[in-house]
Design a protein around this ligand. Structure first.
Ligand code: SF4
Length: 372
């Protein structure tokens, strides 16, 4: 398939790995920011192919993972309301809250529907004037423009029975938070390709300069990830700290200006809670005051719902690159994709789920048994 197969070429991969081996002279820790990148790294075993000096740790860029448990519980509370049609992308339906998931809510009679675009909700709202239609607006900067467009269009079309439950987070403050931690091990980043397709990469330049870390905006195929790794290692070995763009076929420095404008019209920056991490200042979006009538959290008065994460879960440390899934005693045992206990097992893009889905729980269990 064009634009896919050429980025999975075995011979080119071998050349990139050989070049990384030639260039590297000492240990380095790199973090891939996106869950999609983690998924590719584990799926193709790229971390096993790299020289032992290069360690990849997994970052916070999995949107389903970082949606806080209390926000999931708020979504379920709204979806249980009689007269509500609760709409979501499919990946949120099986994310467990404190009492089951959205499939359970649906089985108990809730009107829960999967949509492929938030704009679908406007059609549903127009067709069901006696109902309140709510869309679960989660994700990073990547999904924010379409969610903003849905709210903008709802107002333009005077659709009054539509609202959004907003749990949007943004990447740069999470990178800054990781770098400011006294426990930080990360020396360079494979930056978020999809997010930068929307936002560009100018906002990463001051972070790279201030903390003296290379940030290489990187794609999602194996050759993207290997080339991004090579570019970051070259910078580290040469004592450089710059923002470079490996994913030039999708990302420009300024990003998608029209999408950015749509975000700015509807959303403003706000403090946000990240599942497993906690509140990061100015790390997400909230609806602008002029769109308060489309704010489901306000309409259904669910903002006071607070929930507690299972104590055993170390997903916060996994999302900050401090631990890896096999370091968790629950990994592959009481925590698995069927019964996830924490943030990074609930989504296929989460690091724990990626490790489990590609069989690394078998290695982890083997090594635990060998130690016993
Ligand atoms: S394996 Fe489960 S309990 Fe352990 S860190 Fe991952 S999500 Fe949390």
């Amino acid at each position: 398939m064009k634009y896919v197969d050429e980025y999975r070429d075995h011979a080119v991969a071998q050349k990139l790995i050989a070049e990384i081996k030639r260039v590297v002279t000492r240990p380095w820790v790199l973090m891939e920011v996106c869950g999609g990148q983690t998924h590719s790294i584990v799926k193709y075993g790229l971390d096993y192919l790299l020289p032992h000096e290069v360690e990849l740790v997994h970052g916070p860029g999995c949107p389903v993972c970082v949606t806080p448990l209390d926000m999931i519980d708020r979504a379920h509370a709204i979806a249980r309301h009689p007269g509500v049609i609760f709409c979501s992308f499919g990946d949120m339906l099986r994310v467990p809250g404190s009492n089951g998931d959205l499939f359970h809510v649906k089985a108990e009679g809730g009107d829960v529907r999967i949509v492929y675009s938030p704009l679908d909700c406007l059609r549903i709202a127009s067709a069901n004037p006696g109902k309140k239609v709510v869309f679960f607006a989660i994700g990073f900067e990547t999904t924010a423009p379409a969610n903003a467009m849905a709210v903008w269009q709802a107002r333009a079309q005077n659709i009054r029975n539509f609202s959004v439950l907003v749990s949007h987070v943004i990447v740069p403050p999470s990178i800054t938070g990781i770098l400011q931690s006294p426990y930080n091990r990360v020396q360079g980043f494979l930056g978020p390709g999809h997010v930068c397709a929307i936002m560009g990469y100018r906002e990463y330049e001051p972070i790279s300069a201030r903390y003296k870390v290379p940030i290489v905006i990187t794609g999602f195929e194996p050759l993207d990830l290997l080339e991004g790794t090579l570019m970051a290692i070259r910078q580290l070995e040469q004592g450089r700290a710059e923002v470079e763009n490996q994913y030039a076929r999708a990302v420009e420095q300024v990003g998608n200006v029209a999408a950015q404008k749509m975000i700015e019209r509807v959303f403003s920056i706000a403090d946000r809670s990240w599942r497993g991490i906690g509140i990061i200042p100015k790390s997400g979006y909230k609806l602008n005051y002029e769109f308060r009538d489309y704010d489901a959290e306000r309409i259904f008065e669910v903002a006071n719902i607070q929930s507690k994460e299972p104590a055993v879960c170390i997903s916060g440390q996994v999302l900050k690159g401090l631990k890896k899934p096999p370091d968790c005693p629950a990994f592959g045992k009481e925590c698995n994709p069927q019964t996830p206990l924490g943030a990074t097992m609930v989504s296929a893009e989460g690091a724990c789920a990626a490790y489990y889905n590609y069989g690394r729980h078998l290695v982890a269990v083997d090594s635990l048994q060998a130690k016993a």
